[in-house]
Unconditional design. Structure first.
Lengths: 226, 294
């Protein structure tokens, strides 16, 4: 899932301070799970803004609504009429959700409440770690299910750098070296042979932004975008 | 042809002395090892933004070494360049007559003095060696032909004290397959460990330059407080010799230690040559060579 963190409150407050009617739109999927932008966090942000702006003598009207996913038109289209009543929108979605919502309410100032950080996993409550860089060319089948692009800070494809000390990463000694992990797992599985071959340069052309994917079944319909 | 390559192939146990390109454009001081020692060492190592700290371009520094009469070993780090820049710099090196290339990944940017810089690593060191091989064969990494091929003597890094060793040996085999002809180790202080490593490595179709280093007082202080985090060990006996001295004395004693190690490595034929790091200081380099009987 997408992991995000809330922006410093001061930054959000300064962005919306000039407006009198502010709508905070939450997102109920990834950012709700990582406790950054779901319904509860929307409520918390609304209360904080009311208090902080109140101390400055302002009495803004702050609306709250949370949809299932802001990255899906099906869920945000019904917001159109609702948005019309407000001067400014705060989105607590990831960067994708904020932009998709923005396309819908393009006449309103829109502000993100989160910094989107990475694609990761929910290790345990409140602890999320990165697993995928969305590199368009998954190596996990070759590298024993451990991603060298993400788990090695240098993204090295052909083995460890010379900086790991006793199997710990040069960049963060608290972490194990991704390539030591890859080697150990494949050795245990008797599959070391598959990393003896030199992996070629990564095809970065595929990661040219903004990316687009058309499902094979829909190529005829959206062929113009291929 | 690379004099370093010739000396290695002839079994002359050549030495490479590392110089330190400055943070700035000053030409005095850092080039003095070249004029002072060019008769005694085969080549001069030119680090590329070593420890991710921004310095004078290694390519420019290598040319200045050449102009001063020395043969450079140009380090090329994957950290700071994409494949276009790596290839372009390799062609530049080739056109300027620089043959010795040491392909390195490069310490990560957050460890250096520009921690917010974008780390590149478009190629890793294995792929960089392949790229250089390709250029020597007349084509770039996009398989496009060159107008004139460069000639390189390609090197890479080998970590004898790596734990676990398996992943490093995997990388070593790939580097050899990718075209590395010589390898440079991190500093060697524990000869027993290095001896065991050489025995386990067996005969290889490459040349190995063992690094000897004049330890800095900072490193001694780190080791004394248990904060020494390097890919090589500093044995207690070495630390004991270096501890409790003022900084300059530490360096002088460190030069004697490095010289002694160099002498033993050479006498025992534990390597094909040596790479000497002495803070880039001419006087310390000379002391190491003197202590080693060079």
């Amino acid at each position: 899932m997408i992991i995000a963190e809330r922006k410093p409150f001061q930054e959000i407050k300064e962005a919306v301070a000039p407006f009198e009617k502010i709508l905070i739109v939450g997102c109920g999927t990834c950012v709700a799970i990582c406790l950054a932008g779901g319904e509860k966090e929307v409520g918390l942000l609304a209360s904080q803004l009311k208090l902080a702006l109140g101390l400055e003598g302002k009495r803004p009207e702050i609306g709250e609504i949370t949809v299932e996913r802001q990255c899906d038109l099906e869920f945000i289209r019904p917001l159109c009429d609702f948005i019309a009543d407000y001067d400014a929108i705060i989105s607590t979605a990831c960067g994708a959700g904020v932009q998709f919502l923005g396309e819908l309410c393009h006449m309103k100032p829109l502000f993100p409440a989160l910094n989107t950080t990475f694609i990761g996993v929910n290790e345990t409550v409140g602890f999320y770690t990165e697993r995928c860089r969305a590199c368009h060319n998954c190596y996990l089948g070759v590298t024993g299910g451990i991603c060298p692009v993400t788990m090695c800070p240098k993204g090295l494809l052909n083995g460890p750098c010379g900086g790991n000390v006793q199997g710990k990463c040069e960049v963060d000694p608290a972490r194990t070296c991704a390539w030591c992990d890859i080697y150990e797992r494949l050795e245990r599985e008797g599959r070391l042979g598959q990393i003896e071959k030199i992996l070629p340069l990564h095809p970065h052309d595929r990661t040219t932004t903004p990316g687009a994917v058309i499902h094979p079944a829909y190529r005829r319909r959206y062929g113009g975008h291929e | 042809m690379s004099k370093l390559k010739e000396a290695l192939e002839a079994g002359h146990f050549p030495l490479v002395a590392e110089i330190k390109p400055p943070k700035g454009v000053a030409r005095d001081g850092w080039l003095s090892p070249v004029s002072d020692l060019k008769g005694k060492v085969a080549a001069f190592g030119v680090p590329d933004n070593e420890h991710a700290r921004m310095k004078l371009s290694a390519l420019a520094a290598a040319v200045l070494v050449q102009q001063a009469g020395g043969e450079p070993v140009l380090h090329l780090a994957c950290r700071d360049r994409n494949r276009l820049a790596l290839e372009s710099d390799l062609l530049g090196a080739g056109a300027l007559g620089l043959e010795n290339i040491l392909a390195v990944s490069g310490d990560y940017v957050t460890l250096g003095d520009h921690p917010q810089a974008k780390p590149v690593y478009d190629a890793d060191s294995v792929q960089l060696l392949q790229i250089a091989r390709g250029l020597m064969a007349g084509h770039d990494s996009a398989d496009l032909p060159l107008a004139g091929n460069p000639n390189f003597f390609l090197g890479a890094v080998l970590i004898p004290e790596a734990e676990p060793l398996g992943p490093q040996l995997l990388k070593f085999r790939k580097k050899v397959a990718a075209g590395a002809q010589f390898f440079v180790t991190p500093p060697i202080f524990d000869l027993d460990k290095f001896r065991r490593f050489r025995e386990s490595l067996g005969d290889q179709p490459v040349k190995i330059l063992a690094c000897v280093k004049v330890v800095s007082p900072e490193e001694v202080a780190q080791a004394a407080t248990g904060q020494h985090r390097k890919v090589y060990s500093l044995p207690a006996a070495v630390l004991q010799e270096l501890a409790g001295k003022d900084p300059e004395e530490t360096l002088l004693k460190g030069a004697a230690v490095a010289g002694d190690l160099l002498k033993k490595i050479r006498a025992e034929k534990l390597a094909d040559g040596a790479y000497v790091k002495a803070q880039g200081r001419s006087d310390l380099l000379a002391r190491v060579l003197e202590a080693a009987g060079v």
